[in-house]
Ligand binder design. Structure first.
Ligand SMILES: [Zn+2]
Length: 471
């Protein structure tokens, strides 16, 4: 069963909608300094990294939303990735210039593709404006963790405790408040710039900024009635009263203001939202949101997933078969069937639906990993070891640092009798899991099996010398 916040386990990965931890040095480093929107929510990076969601369908949708926007923003070649954070609160932010982070809650809250695309356009505005670097420079000047923490809304007490407890709060308050105001004013300027950039990007891609305005209006209305704690997005994106009015004026000037999302895209959006609700919400909430009287595809999708999470495999499979009948060419219904069977202990039965899902999906890397896992776990897995290697090599072109790839690859190579490659793959699996000790041990053993100086030997040697990344 997939629960919010469950970190991925390397040996038994939860694939389709699964969670993982980003613990890369870059992200962790970025998260320890303030950036305009890397925020003070409870789920913010702490120790083990950010809990993220990996899901082929959701990622594909966000890529399709972001691609045209990034292109007109001049960021097509920067390989900017949209990362989904396992958090049901609305938030979206940028951290390091290469990622746009979107909470699952932002997708769950946006009613149309246009709203989500608007949010992405705004975040792209921050990226294109180089706001991160400039904010960091300002922070470097401000320096103290107390001020950063106050700006983040964590509270001075926490920061004092973290910085060793020696800093008196009273004495630091007055200058801190002045600096906080100056930084907030600076952040507001950045928000205005990002809004303007968003409208420009949306207009250049012949899309409306109406969704962005609708999302902002809803957020600020909700915050008026919030009983405890402000919405994290509003904390990170200062929201003066006149901001929406300014945005509306420039948005209305666009000839594309009344453009509607294509119906097919709206359906994809609704399916992704249904999937996230199905996986992340309580079953009774899912039942209320998607009552049996709602026979739409998204409602049936959400109910099938909630049923599966209830461990009622037979009923879930019957519902998923119904979905496949309605849309035989939807790769993600097949993927879900494969996932239910695989996690239900029937890997051999999962292989068929997953093979079909791989054929149908535009970017099947994550599904290829699950298929490899299903084949490896099947009674006749040994016979198909070559197919497993092929699948994982293909997945690797997109997912270089996913431990599950190397764990499954090690099994297939061992079955083929290639112990050198099996050791190297096991070493990489350990390395990407963060298990440096085993990684080094396995890589040292792999080195003895390859000709000295060969490409595989060099990869093993990189792990032994604990360079940041093998490959
Ligand atoms: Zn912003």
């Amino acid at each position: 069963m997939i629960e919010p916040g469950t970190p991925i386990r390397a040996q038994q990965p939860r694939l389709a909608l699964r969670t993982a931890c980003i613990a890369t040095a870059a992200v962790m480093a970025a998260s320890s300094v303030l950036v305009p929107a890397a925020q003070a929510q409870e789920s913010a990076p702490r120790g083990g990294g950010v809990p993220i969601i990996r899901d082929a369908e959701t990622e594909q949708l966000l890529r399709d939303y972001a691609r045209p926007i990034l292109k007109v923003a001049g960021l097509a070649k920067q390989n900017v990735k949209v990362v989904i954070i396992n958090d049901t609160q609305f938030n979206a932010f940028v951290m390091d210039g290469r990622h746009i982070f979107v909470n699952a809650g932002a997708l769950m809250d946006t009613k149309t593709p246009n709203e989500m695309i608007g949010i992405l356009a705004h975040e792209t505005g921050h990226l294109a404006g180089g706001h991160l670097m400039r904010m960091r420079e300002r922070l470097a000047a401000a320096q103290t963790q107390t001020i950063v923490a106050m700006l983040l809304g964590i509270g001075a007490m926490v920061a004092t405790a973290r910085s060793g407890g020696g800093v008196g709060i009273g004495g630091a308050m007055a200058p801190a408040e002045a600096i906080r105001r100056s930084l907030l004013a600076y952040a507001r300027t950045q928000e205005d710039q990002a809004d303007h950039a968003a409208v420009k990007f949306l207009t250049e891609t012949h899309q409306s900024a109406k969704g962005l305005i609708d999302a902002f209006k809803r957020l600020s209305n909700e915050s008026l009635f919030a009983t405890q704690g402000a919405n994290p997005y509003l904390q990170t994106h200062p929201f003066p009263q006149d901001r929406v009015a300014t945005l509306e004026t420039i948005a209305h000037a666009s000839p594309y203001y009344n453009v509607k999302d294509p119906a097919a895209l709206q359906l994809r959006h609704d399916l992704v939202r249904a999937k996230l609700f199905g996986f992340l919400d309580r079953p009774d909430t899912v039942a209320r949101r998607y009552p049996m009287t709602d026979t739409s595809l998204p409602a049936r999708y959400a109910r099938a997933i909630a049923t599966y999470r209830h461990s009622n495999m037979a009923s879930a499979l019957a519902q998923i078969d119904g979905l496949i009948q309605s849309e035989p060419n939807n790769p993600y219904f097949r993927e879900l069937k494969g996932q239910v069977l695989l996690e239900g202990g029937k890997p051999a039965l999962a292989v068929g639906p997953l093979r079909r899902a791989v054929q149908l999906a535009p970017d099947p890397a994550l599904i290829e990993i699950m298929l490899a896992q299903a084949i490896n776990a099947s009674p006749d897995g040994t016979k198909h070891a070559d197919e497993v290697v092929r699948l994982l090599r293909s997945a690797m072109t997109q997912e270089q640092d996913t431990p599950a790839i190397y764990a499954q690859l090690a099994i297939a190579y061992a079955r083929k009798g290639d112990l050198a490659q099996a050791d190297l793959a096991s070493a990489k699996a350990a390395f990407y899991r963060g298990d440096r000790k085993n990684a080094e041990m396995l890589a040292s053993r792999a080195k003895t099996r390859f000709p000295v100086g060969s490409p595989a030997w060099i990869q093993a040697d990189d792990i032994v010398s604990a360079k940041p990344k093998p490959n």
